[in-house]
Ligand binder design. Sequence first.
Ligand SMILES: Nc1ncnc2c1ncn2[C@@H]1O[C@H](COP(=O)(O)OP(=O)(O)OP(=O)(O)O)[C@@H](O)[C@H]1O
Ligand SMILES: [Mg+2]
Length: 252
Amino acid sequence: MTYILAVANQKGGVGKTTTVLNLGLVLASRGKRVLLVDLDPQASLTVFMGYDPYRLTRSSYSLLMYPEISLVRVMQTFGSLVALVPGSVDLATAAIRMVQEQHPLGRLRTVLRETQYTFDFVLIDTPPGLNVLTVSALIAADQLIIPIQCNYPAMQGIKAVQDIISHVRTGMGNPNLKLRGILPTFFDSESLFAAKVLADIRTLLPGQVFRTAIPYDPTVADAPHVGKAVVDYAPESAGAQAYRALVDELLA
Ligand SMILES: Nc1ncnc2c1ncn2[C@@H]1O[C@H](COP(=O)(O)OP(=O)(O)OP(=O)(O)O)[C@@H](O)[C@H]1O
Ligand SMILES: [Mg+2]
């Protein structure tokens, strides 16, 4: 059974890409077969994985645009457990072409569900904003994780994604899409304000917020600069411990 998880929030810089990367690597360290899909024209996940998105000839763009292109022609593998569908700057064009040329938004869903490869988890990184790329990810996904920073605009981000979830459920061919959880990120345990906001969010959305909060930890931001994810770069750091705890919660 493959779980397809999208990580989305209309707000930028909330830790979506970092979450996809670290979750993916921790899941693989537990023996899970993982496919990471980069749907962001910024292609940060692809860069974090060590690729130059300007040099790739095929990316998730090809999957969205050309039905004859199969997953295997696009996928890059890392050892036996991790694979990546890279992103590219073309995705910005894809977003426009998909609307103009009325490409079916369910194509990613079909590709991921009809592949002969078996993955335990597919993790989809989405761009900030809620455009057709994010919608394609939500149509493809079984479950959604929404990372949020614990401040008040965070609530607006949640509201926007909740609206989209209900549209995707009712009119876009994915009635079973579930919110897997809201993930507090950049959490500053010394800030009384952050603690209060988190407590408020938990009260407002009971049972929908992960127990694990990802702390603000500069090591997390340093890791990509040496070509690593924090779980490999500094396994004992607070950030790495939190991502392992998150995987415990996901697998429980
Ligand atoms: N827990 C953390 N502590 C400190 N820095 C972090 C943490 N998580 C992510 N960062 C850093 O913050 C920046 C934004 O994170 P990330 O790219 O994961 O966010 P994003 O939501 O994917 O952004 P975008 O909306 O632009 O795609 C990156 O430089 C990342 O390394
Ligand atoms: Mg990102």
